[in-house]
Ligand binder design. Sequence first.
Ligand code: FNR
Length: 381
Amino acid sequence: MTDRADAELSAAETPPSPPVTVEDFEEVARGRLPQMVFDYYAGGAGDEWTLQQNREAFARWSFRPRVLMGGGFADLRTTVLGQDIPFPIMLAPTAFQRMADRYGELPTARAARSLDALMVLSTISTVPLEDVAETGVHRWFQLYVMRERELSAGLVKRAHAAGYRAIVLTVDTPWLGRRLRDERNRFALPPGIGLANLQGVEMPKPDQPGSSLAAYFGADHDFALGWNDLPWLRSLSPLPLVLKGVVTAEDTRLAVEAGVDAVVVSNHGGRQLDGAPATLDALPEVVEAADGRIEVYLDGGVRRGSDVLKALALGARAVLIGRPYLWGLAANGEAGVRQVIELFRDELILAMGLCGCRSVSEISRALVSPAAGVRGTDRGA
Ligand code: FNR
């Protein structure tokens, strides 16, 4: 046999390496998705500075691990708004999942269901909220408020009737951020995929220059929504209200005064205001302002179990992941989403074990300190 044939044979015999990190799933997804779809999922607003900062912020903290604590596998169980969840990792609302998998939000919900994880469904999902509810997944509903208020009121009532247990109002999106990748790609929904919760509402046609999603938001969404609209929103259902997209102490205090139940420290995964702070950087001031009166969650750039642990050490009660499970969905459908959630869960167990934390209640601020070489006055050691 020639050397070349030999090499070809051994290459053919070597199985492709299985994905072992979120980035590995992303690479598989990149190979499977059309460029327009990959860019829509992966991209951020403007120069994507905030998108990048979300990741970098985690590297600015190191652990102060404790040793010889005994105890074996860490217990990850916790509660959010009084609901039991098996680990402090939830699925963030992400739009248009049928672009990743033909069954869209259903395999995501089934994967979450199989692990007892909580999923937040987007207003602009591509499967109706009632069909997602039928999977039995623990579920909250993410709300965008339309200028035609009755449409949004109808969504809240439907979500309540379908067993969603909280309304997550996204407050960082009065308009859509400028997502340059989508503008260049003239982003539009592929044929046959639509806004499944909003009968009769159409996204602008694909021949529109720029992003059709940005055009849709500009035309239909209520960019004038204010704090004084929250009583109206609360009157629509008895469900707890969560504000997603708070990054300052001022807004956290207003949220507490408004009787909101929780906030998500989020910058929409860097997709809205480019220049907004990394969520991990904003977390301490929100936690301080919340002062234990409301729950604080975080999303943005969480890619490792150790990232989850850092966020919890800095005061988050739980985190949400967005893109990572979309990569799992695109790579391998329901099984892919499940693998990604398990990856986070198992990495968190390991990180906690290596830090000497036996349960979520043992995670404290003493577990982290600014990494060597990180300057800054506000992060306190
Ligand atoms: C989002 N996000 C989002 N948020 C929301 O409130 N409603 C939505 O419909 C969407 N849609 C959406 C689509 C895609 C493709 C992405 C990546 C994100 C934001 C999402 O809930 C969450 O805040 C971020 O995804 C968290 O950041 P990571 O985990 O993606 O870094």
